[in-house]
Ligand binder design. Sequence first.
Ligand code: ADE
Ligand code: ZN
Length: 327
Amino acid sequence: DSLRSFVHALPKVELHVHLVGSASVDTVLALARRHPAAGVPTDRAELERFYAFRDFDHFLRVYWAVQSMLTDRHDIRLLVTGLAAELARQNVRYAEVTVTPYNHLLDGMAGEELLSGLTEGRALAAVEHGVDLAWCFDIPGEKGVRAGRETLLFALRERPEGLVAFGLGGPEVGVGRAMFEPFFTAAREAGLHSVPHAGETTGPATVWAALHDLGAERIGHGTSATADPALLAYLAEHRIPLEVCPTSNVATRQVPSIAAHPVRRMLDHGVVVTLNTDDPPMFGATLEGEYLAVATELGLGRAELAGLAANAVRASFLGEERKTALL
Ligand code: ADE
Ligand code: ZN
């Protein structure tokens, strides 16, 4: 219908999507057939059942199953081009994609394979799909300071083309933000932007820590910020964008429904909100679907949807010229 075409026509950018979590059922089938020993279903119906999430822990199991099949540049290129094709289909022109090098290195992939897969995939995304990709290398927080150090060293040593940001993901419970401060300081000094996850599965104190300890320029999720009016005021005043992922938050049971999502309250407080998918096929999300969901479930009008799309362009790390072209 017409709202659908309106959302499709908006030139969109995505700021929060994990490369491994972007694997579609088709991509995972291709990977599972390439790596039968991994034990991931090679039958479509069975794989679709496995993909149907239950909660955050089940999501992590699916995520790790996909992760475990990635061994070389061919696998990485498959992920990148699969994501680019899907973004192009939705008129998403640019995406900042989160990659977790430490996990791949831990699984035995050579750094060279990862980098070649990313760089080849990025070139194909531009040429074949007209989608520009940039990278955020993030620390898997649950693996501690060692993961922080290795991620930083890998990022600064390799500095692949398109690397723009440094992040922190994984479970938040029991994983303080402050211990990663030295790595974020060094990454920022080297010119990378700070975009940690915070306030997805824990309270507003984690968002404050991301701001104070990690110099966050954007916050991954920030869902719980609405529990702290002073934090909302701070985010609004300093124009720190939130990478809000509504369907992901419902899927992992952080929020009971889109209708109950605090995104409306964030907007009412003047916070810069962007809409994102996180791990789209694993959560049954698409970026177009996120725009449609907040329209139908929360009553956002077309001007507000266009405003959200423009927020994402402005909150991106594109140069001013590219931003202007997308606005
Ligand atoms: N890694 C992939 N998806 C994630 C999420 N939703 N939260 C934290 N880490 C993640
Ligand atoms: Zn995420």
